[in-house]
Design a protein around this ligand. Sequence first.
Ligand code: SAM
Length: 214
Amino acid sequence: MDFSELRKEMVRTQLLPRGIRDRRVIEAMLKVPRHLFVSESLRYRAYEDCALPIGEGQTISQPYMVAVMTELLELKGNERVLEIGTGSGYQAAILAELAKEVYTIERIETIAERAERILRELGYQNVYVFSGDGTRGLPEYAPFDRILITAGTPEIPDVLKEQLNDGGIIVAPVGSRYSQQLVKMIKRHNAYKMEFHTPCVFVPLIGEYGWKEE
Ligand code: SAM
């Protein structure tokens, strides 16, 4: 299969018609080999317009959702980014193409280990993978310029807002356990401006400041 051709097709049919415009985001989506972040048996479906299973009941997000969340972060190249919900590691790789450093934390240890291995094999040296409850953030590495939550959360935890620099941006799917809306929160002088974007469905963020395990 010509995966590079499938990436071009993905950008042309899924991202551009839905309004993704940031040139750097498009370049990253054209470059990162998404098929290497899913199991071999699912590679042929890696560029389809949907989320795919990655084991343990978790998913790699739909390409459009990855692009739109990344675009909302307005990355210029010099940022330190915290991602909560490493999953496959694909979103972390996209962020690593566009920012200075990416700190990514995953609740399920086996998933974190797998993502770390793939990112290492692909040569990413500016991504640091952690295993643990990301709802608490990573206070020992804070503050961050951007925070991206890639699991559905009832609200944006205060402890994460505190780990954000002034002028920083948090993007998160906020809502109920089963459906959310993408929220962009901009911090200025300890005040927060909220913007509401596309509806979405993410697996739940489970942890001290997220949902409880069922
Ligand atoms: N960004 C991922 C990717 O590129 O493949 C997709 C993330 S997947 C939709 C959500 C992930 O968040 C799951 O792997 C899940 O285990 C993880 N998660 C849920 N609650 C978490 C928490 N409290 N801390 C860290 N990760 C969490």
